[in-house]
Design a protein around this ligand. Structure first.
Ligand SMILES: O=C(O)CCC(=O)C(=O)O
Ligand SMILES: [Fe+2]
Length: 237
């Protein structure tokens, strides 16, 4: 099953995903997790011993909803998702560094990147489950938890759109230098995912690449409850 997760990720159409990431900064993925796997996570949401921290979003004015960061060791399936997405996305991450004429490179394997995070005192795990009930939303934000960050993150929706919940679309807003911002609305089916930039995306201009800052959020859940699984690669201070 876990081996199977790795195969599922490796077998995605990475050529097309890499192209989407370069062209638009984000990539919508097909269904990856089965209904049973999604239900497993929704049930896991209530198992308090799996988490290091629970955040009430209203309390911090982050939105309306709740999320929980897993503690280490991560559930095997999340560890596998994190490792296998990293293996592919590190190629894009390093290509993007090249576009921006940066010489440093991210290591090929997640564990080596996490060892570097440790040097920056970023040792707390960041994968999380999120829950929004009717009226819930997530304000536009970025998830940078220290000086070191991986340029991509992945989010899965765990229940069925238009059946278990309405609204709750994924939002990306791109801040274009010296221009107005552009919004993207992405609807995700149960078990499908979105890859998006944690901080910015490089865009080719007349004088080389420049950066569009990107923030993400979730529109209001107009009925029902929406659960999500976020895979963030860098650890937190
Ligand atoms: O619930 C969502 O889709 C957004 C999750 C999010 O903000 C994240 O994974 O960082
Ligand atoms: Fe986020």
């Amino acid at each position: 099953m876990i081996q199977d997760i790795k195969t599922r990720i490796a077998n995605l159409n990475w050529e097309s995903i890499q192209n989407d990431l370069d062209e638009q900064g984000f990539a919508k993925l097909p269904v990856i997790l089965t209904k049973e796997e999604c239900e497993y996570f929704i049930e896991l949401y209530c198992e308090e011993e799996s988490y290091r921290t629970t955040i009430n979003m209203m309390r911090y004015r982050f939105g309306n909803g709740e999320y929980k960061y897993f503690s280490y060791p991560l559930p095997e399936i999340i560890q596998s998702l994190r490792e296998s997405f990293y293996l592919e996305l590190v190629k894009t991450a390093n290509r993007w560094l090249g576009y921006l004429k940066k010489t440093e490179q991210f290591p090929d394997h997640l564990q080596d990147f996490l060892n570097t995070c440790e040097k920056y005192e970023q040792t707390r795990p960041t994968p999380l489950l999120l829950k929004y009930e009717t009226g819930g939303f997530n304000c536009l934000h970025q998830d940078l938890y220290g000086d070191l960050f991986f340029p991509f993150q992945v989010v899965f929706v765990l229940n069925q759109r238009d059946k278990d919940f309405c609204g709750g679309e994924s939002l990306l807003v791109e801040q274009i230098p010296r221009a107005q911002s552009r919004g993207h609305v992405i609807t995700l089916e149960q078990g499908s995912a979105l890859i998006f930039p944690t901080n910015y995306r490089p865009v080719l201009g007349k004088k080389g690449y420049y950066k569009n800052t990107i923030r993400h959020g979730v529109s209001t859940v107009t009925s029902g409850a929406r659960y999500g699984l976020g895979i963030i690669f860098h650890d937190s201070k």
